[in-house]
Design a protein around this ligand. Structure first.
Ligand code: SF4
Ligand code: SF4
Length: 104
């Protein structure tokens, strides 16, 4: 299940930077969680990081998004793929490996 933020949120800003999936954002009045990006931190941490840091415990499970651990894992993998750089230049192997000119 994705998590959700209730009206008890005091906009303290601490959860947003803790989310490894960038699922938390400032809504019209309080912070909100994008259920398509929340994996309950599956793939990154053992516990939901936002829940760990929230001082008013206002981040319960979202009953509208019933998801198994496997589904959360697949969401994590989809997000990872989407986050890949378009050109994997950093992974290029070897640079200008020209053989040394052999003298006489
Ligand atoms: S449970 Fe994890 S992935 Fe979901 S909103 Fe909280 S920090 Fe982000
Ligand atoms: S940590 Fe809790 S109170 Fe603070 S912004 Fe996030 S949801 Fe709101």
């Amino acid at each position: 299940m994705a998590l959700m933020i209730t009206d008890d949120c005091i906009n303290c800003d601490v959860c947003e930077p803790e989310c490894p999936n960038e699922a938390i954002y400032m809504g019209a009045e309080i912070y909100e969680i994008d259920p398509s990006r929340c994996t309950e931190c599956v793939g990154h941490f053992d516990e939901p990081q936002c829940v760990q840091v929230c001082p008013v415990s206002c981040i319960p499970l979202n009953p509208q998004y019933l998801e198994s651990q496997e589904t959360l894992w697949q969401k994590y993998q989809r997000l990872q793929k989407a986050g890949q750089p378009l050109s994997p230049a950093a992974d290029a192997s070897g640079s200008a490996a020209s053989p040394p000119a052999s003298g006489t």
